[in-house]
Design a protein around this ligand. Sequence first.
Ligand SMILES: [Zn+2]
Length: 561
Amino acid sequence: MKKPEQENLKIIPLGGLGEVGRNMTLFEWQEQILIIDMGFRMPEEDTPGIDYIIPNSSYLAGKEKNVLGIVFTHGHYDHIGAIPYLIGKIWRPNLPIFASPLTRGIILKRQQDFPNLPELEIEEVKDGSIIKLGSFRIELFRQNHNIPDNLGLFIETPVGNILHTSDFKFDSHPVNDLPTDFKKLQSFGKRKVLLLMSDSTGAEETGHSLSEKNIMENLEEIFKTAKGRIIAATFASLINRIQQIITLSEKYDRKVCVEGYSMKTNVEISRKLKYIRTKKGTIIQSRRASDYPDSKMTILCTGAQGEGSAVLMRIANKEHRSFKLKKGDSVILSSSVIPGNERTVQSLKDDILRQGVKVFHYKMMDIHAGGHAQQEELKEIIKITEPRFFLPIHGQYSMLVQHAEIAEEQGLPERNIIVAENGKIINVSPRKIFISKKIVPSGYVMVDGLGVGDVGEIVLRDRHMLAKDGMFVIVTVINRQTGKVQGSPDIISRGFVYLRESKELLRETRKKVISIVDKTAGSNGAANWTYVKDEIRNKIGQFLYTKTQRRPIILPVVIEV
Ligand SMILES: [Zn+2]
């Protein structure tokens, strides 16, 4: 007899598999759903005007009451960033939410930017905390990463134990943190791990990730030789790097200005919770910077990715109110760039160099560099925990595949390893792991300004066309009684052709518009204006394409008089 499907635990990744970012995973057992993380990812080149991409939560619609609670692993935006956009969809009073103190601080501070949302109550958890939610018992354990207070999860479920690594690396010399607790990991192995879900971000990198101590030594080389100011641009959530820059500044007798809203906010939260330690007087206000010689100043700021509104860009463009670049400055930038931002970062770098400033492209200033286990560590965690099944998580598809190969090399049979992508349902039972034929919605949900999900494929397609071929607006005044065009149609064009040099094209276009209206409008107000507009759009579109080989967006505006 076929066993009912409910015998399996279902793991449903809504984001983070097949991509870096937007991590969110559901664990479903019968009518119970446990959620791990709610992250966003940054947009790419082919999503113009989009601020963030968030997980698709449609699967949860109608199942809100089944949600047992949410556990957040750490304070990076690819794990917490989508909260303001998704929490409203499943929120109820007393919905259990758990996070470590730093993660909680970052989440709550960000919620203040969204005053319309319900106030979240987040229970603080730490290394060793145990959470009981329905049929799940979750034991949290600290994991090293490039942000402090990061927690892995050992989840006891009705089918067996699941170890979720969170983002992690093994570090014997971390910053403001304890070294990796191998004994704890071994003890999980002894308690039997049915399934290991492990971070794949570093799976394509050979060897061992750098210890935070080594990263500090590399950074110090820059501090040793810099004669003028040091301007360090990094990610606001790269708390360890921020701490290191502050510590090195103190060592080399420099004061630190913290610039940029998110940077200021994260430094403030982290100092308050003692995850960033500073000596008294190290951090100064920017207006006091001129009291100190350049050789005694560090500016810590956002903008490593060339973001238009971030501090580094404004400094480089001479638009910043307190700082301008000068000869002798040293700028430290993140070297790996989000795909799609390469050209922006390249021209930012050139602009900085033109002003006589040194640029250090430093890989470890990147959010994903240095924070994730590489091949040797990935092998080691498999060895220590001896899982029966293996599911690579967090990473591009190639990283997941590489990670699966690593697991196979460690002796796991191929059938016990699952490479899954977002929207797949992974069924786990004590004896079997497999992917259902059914999938759940996992398509992009895009956040554009404050709107969530209201930008769909059509809006994006329009933005592509606008960017590529521009826009062509035809304003036609039509007499309702006669159905004839009154005067000459007005044409406004942006990004398509230079109007003054295209008089002939415009004259022909106007003529064509008039004849289209004549044929379609009819008299006595009986016209179907939508049809008239469609005809103008289609026919003029074809006409312009035959003349110019371009397809601008055509906006026919019809005014009846
Ligand atoms: Zn992370």
